[in-house]
Design a protein around this ligand. Structure first.
Ligand code: UDP
Ligand code: MG
Length: 333
């Protein structure tokens, strides 16, 4: 008797990728067709695109019943879009993949083979980052180094969201309810039996990256603040060292004054000390603000994402339905 056919869910977030949807379909389909004994569903998340991405994705659902579309009510960002997609999956394994084809679909069969051999998580590691700009490469490298120093959870270097997760790991991931989501960190948090395969990341063929400058900075900040509170604690030590140095300096000045009398000059050192301690206080306040802001956002318990409609082919007709993150009930409109 043949083994029961497993279902693998591919999850792809799309944000203003109109030009890329057809390419994605053309690249993905032949790969899915070549994997034996495995069924597929492809959950495409439209993250509030303002171009014709959604229209094109819905057209895919009509063409290929394996495709489903989750339309978010606005742009929630890639992390939330991925969460929405993963929540909507029904497969025995889930593979998040970028909609811009920068993660090569050709690797999917390899991920699945590792999974079939017993791995619960199969990481896809980039062997080079030549598709990224020099600056992005360097800053990413610095980020990983800094992050692994600060945080107890080690994020594997050069591993993005592209990976395979067994249903077990997916269910574990769903128990992380935090609103501010740094998916790479959360993925690393769940643990499980992990294997790694290497690949070369393709350059983007169409469209432009949605992550640059300030957005990447915020992303890095998110990564650090959600996994380490060392930046909060470090001020105690900096303050302590500063106080010690100040005390020594005070002793020195007092002794000098006693020996040599009142010494009027000293304006420069005074100003430097005031400015320095003032700026340290501002930095530490800012750091506090980063965390308090996040605590504030978490306490509001807002939903991570909101789904506007769900599109899937049921009996060859499109059937949109509405539901939110924790809603088991789905309202068919
Ligand atoms: N993306 C998204 N919502 C966003 C930003 C990006 O769903 O707010 C999607 C985007 O369409 C792409 C993937 O996330 O499929 C990766 O984004 P991008 O290529 O811009 O990032 P990069 O590869 O440059 O890190
Ligand atoms: Mg990309």
């Amino acid at each position: 008797m043949s083994q029961q056919r497993k279902l693998v869910s591919i999850v792809a977030p799309f944000f203003n990728e109109g030009e890329g949807v057809e390419r994605f379909y053309q690249a993905l389909c032949p790969i899915l067709n070549q994997v034996p004994n495995v069924g597929f569903e492809v959950v495409c998340v439209d993250d509030g695109s303002r171009d014709d991405t959604l229209k094109k994705l819905i057209a895919l659902v009509g063409r290929d019943p394996r495709f489903r579309v989750v339309e978010l009510s606005r742009n929630f960002g890639k992390e939330a879009a991925l969460t929405a997609g993963i929540d909507a999956t029904r497969g025995d394994a889930v593979i998040p993949i970028d909609g811009d084809l920068q993660d090569p679909p050709e690797l999917i069969p390899t991920l699945i083979i590792e999974w079939q051999q017993g791995a619960e998580i199969v990481l896809a590691r980039r062997t080079n980052r030549s598709s990224d700009s020099f600056l992005k490469r360097k800053t990413a490298e610095m980020f990983y180094r800094f992050h692994s120093r600060l945080s107890a959870i080690k994020i594997p270097e050069n591993v993005g969201d592209f990976r395979l997760m067994d249903r077990l790991a997916v269910e574990a991931l769903k128990q992380f309810h935090e609103r501010q989501r740094f998916m790479k960190g959360l993925f690393a948090c769940v643990g499980f039996k992990t294997e790694t395969v290497d690949y070369t990341r393709n350059p983007r063929e169409v469209g432009t990256t949605k992550f640059s400058g300030l957005k990447l900075w915020n992303f890095a900040l998110e990564g650090i603040t959600s996994f380490s509170y060392l930046p909060l604690k470090v001020w105690t030590y900096i303050g302590g060292i500063g106080a010690l140095l100040t005390f020594l300096y005070a002793v020195f000045i007092i002794v000098r004054t006693l020996i040599r009398g009142v010494d009027v000059p000293g304006y420069a050192s005074l100003l430097v000390a005031i400015l320095f301690s003032g700026s340290l206080q501002l930095i530490s306040l800012g750091m506090l603000g980063e965390y308090i802001g996040r605590v504030y956002m978490e306490t509001k318990q807002r939903p991570i994402y909101l789904v506007r409609k769900h599109y899937e082919a049921s009996n060859a007709s499109l059937c949109p339905s509405v539901h939110g993150r924790d809603g088991g009930s789905s309202l068919v409109v």
